[in-house]
Design a protein around this ligand. Structure first.
Ligand code: SF4
Length: 396
């Protein structure tokens, strides 16, 4: 049986954070119920088409999935289990925002097979949380975290962002140290990106340009400070027993996120819900980002027949050319500390990796950014620090 990962998008949030450009927005109960109904139609439709796939991971992202009524979430998960062949050991994660979680919700999640929580904390400093426009305080996060532990969640990720406005290396370290003390199994530490179209862009766009150009900044930390935050994260988390297995991800042994690893290894994944993207046998499908078009389209799926490309909910479907597949293989795989397997490359593309990338590999080896050992090609520590430069070499 072929392997499949499932991503489920729930686009609703209590309110929009100031830095956020994800597909998310506030909504009323009625819209949420209609959306869940549409999602269930989509689940049934794809479930009937993908009987020869085994689901190894499910990731419920958003938005704020934990804001959705818990009974709707249970109904969605029950439909997944009824319609897909889900491995009994599957990793099933849900993104969770402090301030939207109750004991009853958490118990129901466990009851319907959700076994991993990914909590979006972002900072342990309440002033920073306020600046980000988050709906919660650090204390609320702690309460939710404790509740999740008491209810029985034994696999928890905490998301943190570094490089926030007015943030110093010491302030950032303070956040990290607080999180390390409560011992989550996994941490994701991303740098703030100032995205166009957000309130943060309007406020910090000039500083963001200065930061990127290595020039002195006024409010955002400068490039050197952000780099120090990255290095401090590596050191502090290593001392605390976390393994850095990808540029931004750290885990206790055995708790690496299987869903993300599958994504970096280009496994098949099916994206369900508004704006969700899928990669099925090297065809990338993207669902529409228009809520009403999506919901109406889902109601008519049974009219479409057995054609995975369904124009009424997909905005795009593109077959990925072989060259682009190779680029993705390298570009995504090199994000991981273990890098890419030469054997896997040869199995996928029918030729050794050197037949395509000899010059790039030799060049990066000379610069001490890349190594080959035991059948794997991976970035060195120096290569990880310069990962954008190193990975760009594999774009043909
Ligand atoms: S909670 Fe997450 S998805 Fe929702 S607005 Fe904030 S950053 Fe965006």
């Amino acid at each position: 049986m072929r392997n499949l990962e499932i991503y489920i998008h729930t686009p609703f949030c209590v309110k929009k954070c100031a830095y956020c450009d994800f597909l998310s927005f506030p909504s009323d109960d009625n819209t949420q119920a209609r959306y869940a109904h549409s999602l269930i139609q989509e689940i049934k439709y794809y479930g009937s088409l993908m009987k020869d796939y085994k689901v190894s991971t499910i990731y419920i992202g958003g938005g704020t999935p934990t804001w959705l009524d818990e009974n709707l979430m249970v109904a969605i998960m029950n439909q997944i289990h009824e319609n897909f062949n889900v491995d009994s050991e599957a990793e099933v994660s849900i993104e969770c925002n402090p301030g939207t979680v109750t004991e009853s919700k958490l118990r129901k999640y466990l009851g319907c097979g959700i076994n991993r929580l990914s909590i979006g904390l972002q900072s342990a400093d309440n002033d920073e949380l306020k600046l980000l426009g988050r709906i919660h305080t650090y204390e609320q996060f702690l309460k939710n975290y404790e509740l999740a532990r008491n209810v029985g969640f034994s696999n928890i990720n905490v998301d943190i962002i570094c490089g926030l406005p007015y943030q110093t290396v010491t302030k950032f370290m303070n956040t990290l140290q607080k999180i390390v003390r409560i011992k989550p199994e996994h941490l994701s530490v991303y740098s703030l990106i100032i995205e166009k179209g957000t309130p943060f862009y309007e406020t910090y766009k000039f500083d963001a340009v200065r930061q990127e150009a290595g020039m002195p900044t006024e409010i955002l930390p400068n490039e050197d400070e952000v780099y120090k935050m990255y290095k401090v994260t590596q050191m502090l988390l290593k001392d605390a027993g976390y393994l850095q297995y990808e540029i931004s991800n750290y885990a206790k042994n055995g708790y690496e996120c299987k869903h993300n690893i599958g994504y970096w290894k280009r496994e098949n994944y099916l994206g369900l819900g508004l704006g969700a993207a899928s990669l099925i046998e090297n065809v990338r499908y993207t669902n529409t980002r228009e809520l009403y078009k999506y919901m109406e389209g889902c109601n008519k799926l049974h009219d479409v027949g057995e054609n995975i490309f369904i124009s009424n909910i997909h905005d795009e479907a593109n077959e990925i050319a072989r060259k682009a597949q190779m680029e993705e293989f390298m570009f995504l795989g090199l994000r991981m500390n273990e890098g890419v397997s030469r054997g896997d490359f040869e199995r996928c593309f029918g030729m050794p990796i050197e037949a395509v990338y000899r010059d790039q590999i030799e060049g990066l080896k000379r610069e001490e950014l890349l190594q080959i050992r035991e059948g794997r090609v991976y970035l060195t520590d120096k290569g990880m620090d310069l990962s954008n430069y190193a990975m760009a070499k594999f774009l043909m």
